[in-house]
Design a protein around this ligand. Structure first.
Ligand code: ZN
Length: 121
């Protein structure tokens, strides 16, 4: 499995631990990176569209390098929650193996964010 060019571009805006993790997972799973670093314009747009609860500066995507990454399973079907669960479990397991502490957006209480993985502080 190989990440697409746009996936790599997005992943390259992320913290080295996230890069290490997602490159490792992508060897075994079909997935794509839909978001790495998010600038002011993109963050405010996501907020307005209700895709994010954070204003610019409040999201881990707003750091440089980004402390969060959004990854989705392929083929992408937003209604296929089991596919998101499977990929998420895989990412969490791999993070454990690589000794990287991350939080999964699925476990957020306010807004379940299946594609979202961020470094725990
Ligand atoms: Zn995210």
């Amino acid at each position: 499995m190989k990440l697409s060019k746009t996936s790599i571009q997005k992943l390259e805006t992320c913290h080295s631990d996230l890069k290490r993790l997602i490159y490792a997972v992508a060897k075994e799973e079909k997935c794509t990176v839909i978001c790495g670093f998010r600038g002011r314009y993109e963050q405010e747009k996501a907020y307005m569209q209700g895709k994010s609860k954070a204003r610019f500066g409040q999201s881990k995507h707003n750091f440089k390098p980004s402390l969060a990454v959004d990854v989705v399973p392929l083929p992408l079907d937003w209604n296929d929650i089991p596919a998101f669960e499977r990929l998420g479990e895989k990412i969490m397991k791999k993070a454990d193996e690589l000794n990287i502490k991350i939080k999964w957006g699925r476990d957020f209480t306010n807004l379940k964010d299946y594609p979202h993985f961020e470094l725990a502080d």
